[in-house]
Write a protein that binds this ligand. Sequence first.
Ligand code: SF4
Length: 378
Amino acid sequence: MNLSPRFAPPAELAPLTPEYDPWDPIRSLQRFGRHALTSVEFTVTHLCNMRCEHCAVGDSLTMTELPHLPMELILRRLDEVENLETISLTGGEPTFRLETVRDILVPLLKYARSRGIRSQLNSNVTLDYARYEMLAPYLDVMHISFNYTEAADFHAVGFARTGRNVGSAATARMYERMMENARRLADDGVFVSAESMINYRTHEKMNEIHRMIVEMGCRRHEVHPMYPSSFASGLPVITREQMMDAIHSLLDSRDKDLWMLFGTLPFFACGRDDKELALVRRLGSEPNVTVRGDPDGRNRVNVNLFSGDVYVTDFAAIPPFGNIKSEKLGDVFAKWQEHPMQKMVACHCPSAGCCGPNLLVKDMYFKDVDFTRRHSLI
Ligand code: SF4
């Protein structure tokens, strides 16, 4: 263990803990009595060195891209968001081009740090450590995907859809570098949060995946079910029962010192099924376990840094509903709050700490359910 980590966050910033998760929309809902824009996610690239089969934005990945919008405009739009608490930087692989690291990511992270705004970078951390060293001094959360127990899994998940023949020896080296980078970042004091998806490949391996995440020194294990939408729409689905079993098994075997964050679950305190309610109760009572509400469209919007288009989510299945070239983010967010799709999932049960399902979850499992008429049974 490194006793004086190089990239430990400044002492004046509140540590990120199960009690303090500024990305969770329930916090701003409780504070303002309505959903408020406290979080902005930027899509900073459509380039990536991988092609994960489950990728939420796989259809929009490209081989070349246009220049970014001017930084002056981006920062002005952030200045205008009065209650901004967090930013997230996503792609593609945000660190794929050194120019993006230098000209976009570093300035955005420095801006956020200067305002006390917390930041997250979504990266596959498979590139040179030097890139992550440029970002780490200003970064709060390095968010990685980890769905593997061995290099063969990484190859199958990450390269099956590259459209070219990528050799397993090359991907095995990337796999080792990813784990080494994650370990080094954690050892250097960066909060590394590893996300795993529960899906047809992983649902029986989650305990082993969790153990490897603990071994890498990650500070949080984030778990979401995989929803096969858009690019991933051809993938097999598992049943809700299989999902419940995987979660119970993880809760039984997990390292209880590690924060586990569950998100976009299709299980609610208003559920009609006893097993579902038992799982919701269990998740609510386990120490060091949180269930985060879905930020998309509740406290967060996504901004494409090339076109300026503003989306409710980076999934891009819902068309843009504004553009930062001509509109303030707060105004675009206000428009979304009036949108029928947002109103459809705009329920809130304070006793359950719940503010409704994610739109994909609603579409997949609860097409005919009117959540605005349901109430927590807990
Ligand atoms: S907030 Fe909505 S989804 Fe959550 S328990 Fe209440 S009615 Fe159900």
